[in-house]
Design a protein around this ligand. Structure first.
Ligand SMILES: Cc1cc2nc3c(=O)[nH]c(=O)nc-3n(C[C@H](O)[C@H](O)[C@H](O)COP(=O)(O)O)c2cc1C
Length: 205
């Protein structure tokens, strides 16, 4: 299986005069316009207590000049890993349009207010699911999980569902941002922006 990535729009360092964010925003818009499935899905890499990497997919729920926000359970494996090593690498794998965006940087929890604002926009079923699931912990059976959901559904019957105490957002604050764009003959474009120094470098593919 060999795909010739022929994206003819070129990517030059001068596109980054306004920093990494306008180009990242444009690329996310391009992925949405191209109907890439789950265009806001990101692969999130963290490290465990042994320094070993761990990856999983989460959904980007905010992209702005301050970075990328996603929501999760703070007591999940990723939550525990980020509490211990607050640093992450995230990748938007827009394979269908031969592009990839990778952001690495420090991670901080978002404010409780921001989390509450976002949580309120989620469908009730997702809100209840966040209460019902002790994410990343073993469970004896599917039936036990459904019993946990039934319990919280009854508990919040007729009431708004509050944010679970162990649930919220993380923001990845970009240190480096790398744009990868597939080109013909494997001479792909790679541009890396180092945010603190505003350095923009072309990397060999
Ligand atoms: C498309 C997709 C989107 C997902 N979005 C999220 C998300 O936004 N937040 C989340 O906690 N888990 C999300 N998950 C589940 C995670 O990949 C993962 O299984 C879970 O968060 C537990 O990860 P951990 O044990 O490493 O903490 C998503 C999975 C997929 C495939």
């Amino acid at each position: 299986m060999r795909v010739d990535y022929a994206d003819d729009t070129d990517l030059e360092v001068d596109r980054f005069e306004g920093g990494w964010f306008p180009v990242a925003q444009q690329w996310l818009g391009d992925a949405i316009a191209a109907a890439v499935p789950e265009p806001n899905a990101i692969v999130l890499g963290t490290v465990d207590e042994s320094g070993h990497p761990a990856t999983r997919t989460v959904l980007c729920k905010g992209l702005d000049a301050d970075g990328v926000v996603f929501y999760t359970n703070y007591e999940s494996d990723k939550g525990v890993q980020l509490a211990r090593t607050p640093y992450a690498s995230i990748t938007f794998p827009w394979i269908a349009i031969a592009r990839q965006l990778t952001i690495r940087g420090a991670v901080k929890k978002v404010s409780a207010e921001s989390t509450a604002k976002y949580f309120a926009t989620r469908p009730r079923g997702s809100q209840l699911g966040a209460w019902a699931s002790h994410q990343s912990r073993p469970v004896a059976s599917r039936a036990e999980l459904e019993a946990q959901l039934a319990e919280v559904t009854a508990r919040f019957d007729g009431a708004d569902v509050p944010v679970p105490p162990n649930w919220g957002g993380f923001r990845v604050i970009p240190e480096t941002v790398e744009f990868w764009q597939g080109r013909t003959n494997r001479l792909h474009n790679r541009i890396r922006v180092t945010v603190a120094s505003s350095t923009v470098e072309r990397l060999q593919p």
